[in-house]
Design a protein around this ligand. Structure first.
Ligand code: ARG
Length: 457
């Protein structure tokens, strides 16, 4: 047994089976295999360039590694906990193919810098995949904005009716959030894109390796400066999972909103059957389970972030085996968010607003009250007085059970408003009155919609 281990020389006895089962990471780090192979190919070629092996030997290693990759692709690699992790499996497979030459691959590196290099390569791809998923969801919201462009909906604060907004403005609000998610990931990618390999175990190496050459081959932007920092650095993982947590939080809020909007009480949305489920006992039910799970799964993502923080918070320099656990949190958070995004986009595309239902109750709830106040302000009434006057009018409406537009002229005159301020009453008039940059003013929303269409292609 000990002969199989990468540390065989130092040990006489084998490892206890329970320890193998306890310490293995192959069950979850096998998904790094492509990245491990890429990093090893770059490392081997560099060893060939600097004369630690010959260039033809470097080629043989690179070719054999590609074969091993194809074998893993084809499901032909037998994984065993006795080989602990994906790095050891691939190295053993290489030695099985190339004998002593395979035993040279690990020259000038350690699993400590290797594992973090692999994870960084993996996260870099994951960031790119997420960017594509986020862009697709942005496009879905932009399409909804285009489809529902003229539709006016109530805007809420405290989930109470506040002011009217264009449905397009509403959908574009999510496009903005998702854009920040993309920008945050792009920023995180900069710190992911620093090459760890070559830091070796913790102190670097006395062998003449060329880290710059490996950097170029793997497309990293720069080379990590401090070898001691490298193997303990999981900031990039924290940042990545933080980015994922913000995405999950955005999706969760949106899901909550649509769960509410799909209730009989609101009835704003017609959710597609294909994205709902029924009840085993209540024949009439159509439940928004996809939205509920999107909300629920955010808990996993946010707890992955917490898990990572707890994992790294007390670690002395440099590598500690605790760090092996980082991948569970990173993979789980990514899988969860990617899964949510993959169903969110088609769900958004297939969901229609129930325009009639929304229109039928749009004049309820004094959505025009704030615009009325602003009309008074525009005529010179001090803001606080205008606020009070409209508050009084609303109270009067409640007493009479009517809308602001239905109040008689004399009641209005008492509030300082003449006939002309009544021009902003009613939801469509109130909406048309908006002007400011970034507001729900129709011309402004139109401009923003065009901008997003152009930006997202
Ligand atoms: N399986 C380990 C991990 O994923 C590989 C690194 C092991 N390094 C060590 N010094 N034992 O972190």
């Amino acid at each position: 047994m000990s002969g199989q281990k990468t540390w065989g020389g130092r040990f006489t006895g084998g490892t206890d089976e329970r320890v193998e089962a306890f310490t293995e990471s192959i069950s979850f780090d096998r998904r790094l295999y492509r990245h491990d192979i890429l990093a090893s190919q770059a490392h081997a070629r560099m060893l060939g360039e600097v004369g630690l092996i010959t260039p033809p030997d470097a080629d043989r290693i690179a070719v054999a590694l590609a074969e091993i990759g194809a074998e893993i692709d084809a499901g032909k690699m037998e994984f065993s906990i006795s080989l602990e992790d994906i790095h050891t499996h691939i190295e053993r497979a290489l030695i099985a193919k190339l004998g002593d030459l395979g035993r040279k691959l690990h020259t000038g590196r350690s699993r400590n810098d290797q594992v973090v290099t692999d994870v960084k390569l993996w996260v870099r791809d994951a960031v790119d995949e997420l960017d594509a998923l986020l862009t697709d969801l942005q496009r879905a919201f932009v399409e909804s904005a285009g489809r529902e462009q003229g539709v006016v909906i109530p805007g809420y604060t405290h989930l109470q009716r506040a002011q009217p907004v264009l449905a397009a403005h509403y959908f574009l609000a999510y496009v903005e959030k998702l854009q920040r998610d993309r920008d945050r990931l792009a920023d995180c990618r900069k710190r992911v894109n620093v090459l760890p390999l070559g830091a070796a175990a913790l102190a670097g190496t006395s062998l003449p390796i060329d880290r710059e050459s490996v950097r170029q081959k793997l497309g990293f932007e720069s080379v990590a400066r401090n070898s001691l920092d490298v193997s303990s650095d999981r900031d990039f993982a924290l940042e990545f999972v933080f980015c994922l947590s913000v995405i999950a939080t955005h999706l969760s809020g949106w899901a909550e909103e649509w769960v509410i909007w799909s209730t009989t009480e609101f009835n704003f949305l017609d959710l597609p059957d294909a994205f709902c489920t029924g009840s085993s006992i209540m024949p009439h039910k159509k439940n928004p389970d996809v939205l509920e799970l999107t909300r629920g799964k955010s808990a996993r993502v946010i707890s992955s972030l917490q898990q990572l923080f707890l994992l790294v918070k007390g670690l002395p320099l440099a590598y500690n085996r605790d760090l092996q656990e980082d991948k569970r949190a990173v993979f789980d958070a990514f899988d969860t968010v990617a899964g949510c995004l993959a169903v969110a986009a088609p769900l958004v595309r297939q969901t229609k607003l129930r325009r009639d239902v929304i229109a039928a109750r749009l004049e309820d709830g004094f959505l025009d009250a704030t615009t009325l106040m602003e009309a008074l302000i525009a005529r010179g009434v001090p803001m606080r007085s205008a606020h009070e006057a409209v508050g009084t009018l609303v109270r009067e409406c409640e007493r009479r059970q009517c809308r602001l537009a239905e109040l008689p002229d004399d009641v209005f005159a008492a509030s300082g408003g003449g006939a002309e301020v009544r021009a902003v009453l009613g939801v469509s008039n109130a909406l048309a009155a908006f002007k400011s940059y970034g507001s729900t003013a129709p011309a402004e929303v139109e401009r923003q919609l065009l901008g997003w269409r152009e930006r997202l292609g």
